[in-house]
Design a protein around this ligand. Structure first.
Ligand code: MD5
Ligand code: FE
Length: 203
């Protein structure tokens, strides 16, 4: 079922459960050539979340800043092709949420271990801010922090479990958000990690 967060944002509970094997197999193949790595922020802090990408462009961070890049700065190789079934599952979720024209060209794959967190930020490096971001949660649960248009605005908390998909568009697209430190837990397929996939129209 669906749960409204605000105008433009909603949770499709359990949406990707029936696609879990497809998603995990795709992630495994991407990881072989482009392993998860903890990037440095422009301030020189190592992120607690580890990342990799697929699609035409991938999100990267280093001392030069945040940006989308056509290649993995770790090894100079282009990002792996976004699997066709990833693309169609993300498009289907966006449609269900009321965004019929979503054409993702980038998928950021975030790996959270117990204790990993993502501090409040806005996603604004994408060229097309009119397009939504479609986010898939797999593995152990997280508390998602949903703030306002200012970093200091109060946050609402949402529990995101394996299979939940969130679509962030319209006026929600530029809200501050983050992930609280992941609590110890285990998932039968993923063990003690959470994986989040975010599909974006970044180019
Ligand atoms: C996560 N990832 O759970 C989240 C899910 C990221 C990130 O935040 O940047 O990789 S995506 C949540 C999101 C995207 C765009 C807008 C909003 C939330 N929002 O308005 O709250 O790893
Ligand atoms: Fe974000």
């Amino acid at each position: 079922w669906t749960e409204d967060i605000c105008e433009g944002a909603l949770i499709l509970r359990h949406f990707s459960v029936l696609h879990e094997i497809t998603l995990l197999d795709g992630i495994r193949q991407i990881m072989i050539k482009h392993p998860f790595r903890q990037l440095l922020t422009p301030n020189g802090h190592r992120m607690s979340v580890a990342m990799t990408c697929c699609g035409e462009v991938g999100w990267v961070s280093d001392s030069k800043g945040y940006r989308y890049s056509t290649y993995d700065p770790d090894n100079g190789k282009p990002w792996p092709y976004m699997p066709d079934n990833f693309f169609s599952i993300a498009v289907q979720a966006a449609e269900e949420a009321g965004f019929p024209d979503f054409k993702p060209d980038s998928c950021l794959i975030n790996q959270y271990q117990v204790g990993s967190r993502l501090s409040l930020h806005q996603d604004k490096d994408e060229k097309n801010l009119g397009a939504p971001i479609v986010s898939f949660s797999l593995g152990i649960p997280a508390t998602f922090l949903f703030g306002g248009m200012q970093r200091t605005d109060p946050v609402q908390r949402y529990h995101l479990a394996h299979g939940d998909v969130v679509v962030w568009g319209g006026p929600a697209r530029l809200r501050y958000h983050g992930v609280a430190p992941i609590k110890e837990a285990a998932h039968p397929l993923l063990g003690t990690q959470r994986i989040n996939l975010t599909f974006r129209q970044a180019k």
